[in-house]
Design a protein around this ligand. Structure first.
Ligand SMILES: C[S@@+](CC[C@H](N)C(=O)[O-])C[C@H]1O[C@@H](n2cnc3c(N)ncnc32)[C@H](O)[C@@H]1O
Length: 644
């Protein structure tokens, strides 16, 4: 991830880095030594009291922590990817805990367990003790993706089915069942009712009564704001296949709950399934207008403004006096205009951002761009027509963004076992994105199309099973690492804010860019900084450091490539002594910029410094290339002399 400012720079002590590295290496070694060994049975009482004690300690932990401990970043070991289970639960063979083998993915199997201890909630994982039907007890851990709808998944239920159980070791070397992919754990698994039986009249009446009772329970749960429970009741009622009217009511209610849970495709499908087909039905006007409103809101949230418009228009047709529907239609038209023409009311958007509405109400504009192969760089974004300097090339709303001030903004130190590098990663963004994709499977394919080091299940593109969406968290982690951007902490966003913009992620880096990225809330605006010819690749700078070594190091560590642009070639050819002299002058220049106001004496000194830095560049080799090291001073000079 490219930091927007220096705010995500984290300095690890040599000792901390060593500890993280050796923990990871030790664990990998132990896993391979014990790999394939059978599981040692646990003492039930001891296991439960271990979890109870740890849970108490974790709860008290925050109170007893020192400031340094509180500020310390959590450490995560990454880089041992495996695919999530791609089968539905009913296709998997039941297994017992007694048959678990260490460091093994028990593919094709499922393990049914119940929770028998409190849950230990830590910043990047949570764990508990579970028991299978034979009464065997084992530790169950969820790494990072431990919450759903704001609740700890392990705490949200007492019974679970684990798909393709993975039995491994914790970082401390303790055996554990481990869940990395949220879709590998099913809370409160249910057996589906047999759809083949044709009910008698008496059965139908009983079914209707049962479904009505479940609907009431769902409504009560909704009133109590227990959305997952309301959803579960409506779903159970629908599974009974009650009368047409009741089915429509249940879909309409569940559409509302799905909207509140941000499950937009499901909300859209439910809203449309709730429509009463006959206009002569006296309830149809009011209820269908409600259904169209829900369908339109879901489509709008999915940025499907064409469908949103159609549904708001239907709502207005049924209720012509509804001012809200008219306003929503106008709002949707504004989004369609933005997407079509790129004409944004930035003053309105900036006003909203200043008032704290950082996730802005705006559409994305692809502009005159197309994704194409870029030799040596994978894919890239190209101009489909000539673009003038200063023109907006494209605008994109983030598929997911986490602001630094939000509790979700977890930054962690990761140790990647593939290249043994330590990085600082926006794991909060990965977590939020996995949760968002889990609710909106239509987005999964678009995000998974991005470049990452791990491309998952050998080309098998399974995004959904009968149990719900499947999101490969390792792919998301790698995609975030190579495609997310830091946003900086302006507008009260908080340090460590980061997001993912899917189309803009196709833009490659150049140290001599032709565009610049700006952020307005969660909108990324790509503006041309020079004229761009039709067919030319659009490039921006992932790292703007003027110093060659600093820039190359950042590009290699974060993005995994060595830049071969003309400027880097020229800088690489510099005598190291000249580079060092330039670096020292830049330090002097930075200190100068920090301490000076716009005084005229300072302007003379700044100009002298610019000249000195320019002298470190070889005229011939740098012909036509920018002198990045002078940039800070040039910007200062431009401000200091503005209006003179
Ligand atoms: C944000 S993605 C850019 C789009 C990417 N090329 C793709 O195929 O989707 C960043 C990745 O693109 C590649 N990349 C970007 N700029 C590059 C450059 N100047 N030279 C070599 N590789 C580059 C690197 O693999 C980097 O990790």
């Amino acid at each position: 991830m490219a930091p927007h400012t220096q705010d995500s720079t984290v300095y690890l002590t040599e000792q901390e880095a060593k500890r993280i590295r050796s923990t990871a290496i030790e664990r990998t070694k132990k896993c391979s030594e014990l790999g394939g060994h059978g599981r040692e049975p646990r003492d039930e009482k001891g296991a439960i009291s271990q979890a109870t004690g740890a849970s108490l300690m974790a709860d008290m932990g925050d109170m007893t922590m020192t400031q340094a401990e509180r500020n310390a970043l959590p450490a995560l070991i990454v880089g041992q990817p495996y695919t999530p289970c791609l089968a539905s639960l009913h296709e998997l063979q039941p297994m017992k805990m007694a048959d678990l083998k260490i460091e093994k993915h028990h593919r094709g199997h499922q393990l049914t367990v119940k929770r028998v201890s409190p849950v230990v909630t830590l910043s990047t994982r949570s764990w508990t003790m579970v028991q299978d039907e034979a009464g065997e007890t084992e530790r169950l851990e969820i790494a990072l993706h431990k919450t759903k709808h704001g609740k700890d998944v392990l705490e949200s239920a007492s019974a679970f089915a684990i798909k393709d159980p993975y039995f491994t070791l914790t970082e401390e070397g303790e055996p554990t069942l481990r869940i990395d992919h949220p879709s590998d754990l099913i809370a409160n698994p249910t057996t589906k009712p047999d759809a083949q039986t044709s009910p008698s009249d008496a059965d139908s009446a009983a079914t209707e009564k049962k479904a009505t009772a479940l609907k009431t329970k769902g409504n009560n749960a909704l009133t109590a704001n227990n959305l997952p429970l309301a959803h579960a009741h409506y779903t159970s009622a629908l599974a009974l296949s009650p009368s047409e009217t009741l089915t429509q009511d249940l879909h309409r209610n569940r559409a509302h709950v799905n909207l509140l849970l941000s499950q937009y495709p499901a909300a859209l499908a439910d809203a449309l399934a709730s429509l009463i087909p006959s206009p002569s039905d006296p309830r149809s006007t009011e209820l269908n207008s409600k259904a169209y409103f829900r369908a339109a809101t879901a489509a709008y949230s999915l940025a499907d403004f064409t469908n949103a418009r159609a549904h708001f228009a239907k709502q207005l047709e049924l209720m012509p006096a509804d001012k809200g529907a008219a306003a929503n239609l106008a709002r949707t038209d504004a989004r369609l205009r933005e997407a079509e023409t790129g004409a944004y009311d930035f003053a309105r958007i900036k006003k909203g951002v200043a008032a704290g509405r950082l996730r802005v109400d705006a559409a994305s504009f692809d502009g005159p761009t197309e994704v194409k192969k870029s030799p040596g760089m994978g894919n890239g974004l190209f101009a489909t027509r000539a673009v003038k300097a200063g023109e907006v090339v494209m605008v994109e709303k983030a598929v997911c963004v986490v602001w630094g001030f939000e509790p979700e903004a977890i930054t962690a130190v990761t140790f990647d076992v593939r290249d043994e590098r330590i990085r600082v990663a926006p794991v909060g963004l990965t977590k939020a994105l996995v949760e968002k994709l889990g609710k909106n499977p239509v987005e999964i394919k678009r995000v998974m199309g991005l470049y990452g080091d791990w491309d998952g299940a050998e080309g098998k593109e399974v995004w959904e099973t009968e149990d719900g969406p499947v999101v490969d968290v390792f792919r998301v982690h790698d995609i975030v690492s190579r495609n997310a951007f830091g946003v900086g902490d302006k507008d009260g966003r908080g340090a460590g804010s980061a997001g993912l913009w899917v189309r803009a992620a196709y833009i490659n880096h150049s140290c001599i860019p032709n565009t610049k990225r700006e952020f307005v809330g969660d909108l990324m605006v790509i503006r041309a900084t020079k004229d761009i010819a039709a067919g030319e690749e659009i490039v921006h700078s992932y790292d703007e450091s003027g110093d060659y070594e600093t820039r190359q190091k950042a590009l290699m560590t974060t993005w995994g490539f060595e830049c071969g642009c003309a400027l880097c070639v020229a800088e690489k050819g510099d005598d190291p002594a000249v580079r060092e002299k330039r670096r020292k002058l830049v330090e002097e220049a930075d200190a100068f910029v920090q301490t000076q106001g716009g005084k005229s004496l300072a302007v003379t000194k700044a100009k002298r410094l610019v000249k000195k830095i320019e002298e470190t560049y070889d005229e011939k080799r740098y012909k036509g290339l920018p002198r990045l090291a002078t940039r800070g001073l040039q910007e200062w000079l431009a401000q200091a002399t503005a209006g003179r």
